[in-house]
Ligand binder design. Sequence first.
Ligand SMILES: NC(=O)c1ccc[n+]([C@@H]2O[C@H](COP(=O)([O-])OP(=O)(O)OC[C@H]3O[C@@H](n4cnc5c(N)ncnc54)[C@H](OP(=O)(O)O)[C@@H]3O)[C@@H](O)[C@H]2O)c1
Length: 270
Amino acid sequence: MLSEKHIGFIGAGNMAEALIRGLVKPSGVVPQAQIAASDTSNNRLTLIGDTYNIRTYQENKAVIESSEVIILAVKPQVIHAVLQEIAASVDETKLVISIAAGVKIERIQQILPTARVVRTMPNIAALVHAAMTAISAGARATQEDMETASDIFNAVGESVIVEEKLMDAVTGLSGSGPSYIFHIINALADAGVKVGFSREIALKLARQTVFGSAKMAIETNEHPMKLRDMVTSPGGTSITGVYMLERDGVTAALINAVEAATRRSQELGG
Ligand SMILES: NC(=O)c1ccc[n+]([C@@H]2O[C@H](COP(=O)([O-])OP(=O)(O)OC[C@H]3O[C@@H](n4cnc5c(N)ncnc54)[C@H](OP(=O)(O)O)[C@@H]3O)[C@@H](O)[C@H]2O)c1
């Protein structure tokens, strides 16, 4: 049961804060006394400690000692140094969950050979508790470990379990996806300005339309083409607009974007 686990964050930056907020939110997934965080920045620790009423430490090892679930929430550039620093304190009793983009399980397991390792890829929408997170099991991770990881990320959105070889594809779709959608919101707002609205009204129309459409797709769980059929009346405005999207290659553009970002993630991961 997640509510009984002691959870420690190594790195108390933006993603760690989003997860902590999700875990301690009013419904209280995990009691605050069971959550700890460490960071190199004292200011950051004071802010996180005061805001969420959790334990904070300057020493990463102090978090390891008091936690059975350890979330590696530092940038990929510093993960190697952090792993070496904590290696002596991490054994098979620890579940280590990494959120570091592009860092393979094998690399973590080389330095923490006995730990149960899980790799995840959340997205920026964790900040508003609407993240999409993919989760992959390391060879030593148990079924219970995967449930623990799913419970943690479900506190800030939705999660799926995928094989690690698909993590670059996850980065290409849901990891980088918010940037595509922000771009599309801006493009819709540009269109709004072109047909006569102020920028402010155009943006409001665009972003609420994207939000409402996503909410409808999620809540009805209907195939998006069925939902599209509901609003495209014969000879009407919607089908006229959809025809232009297809004529100008929107489907191909999105497929190309996801494929290119997936390839870029493979290149960066080396
Ligand atoms: N943000 C996203 O959308 C997103 C999405 C998916 C995955 N991720 C992954 O999430 C991880 C964290 O990202 P973030 O956006 O939360 O970064 P962040 O805000 O920079 O947080 C990282 C924190 O770790 C601290 N830190 C640096 N070195 C440390 C050390 N040796 N020991 C302990 N703490 C240390 C940093 O302090 P200083 O600032 O003082 O260096 C910072 O407060 C990254 O690996 C990233 O790949 C992020």
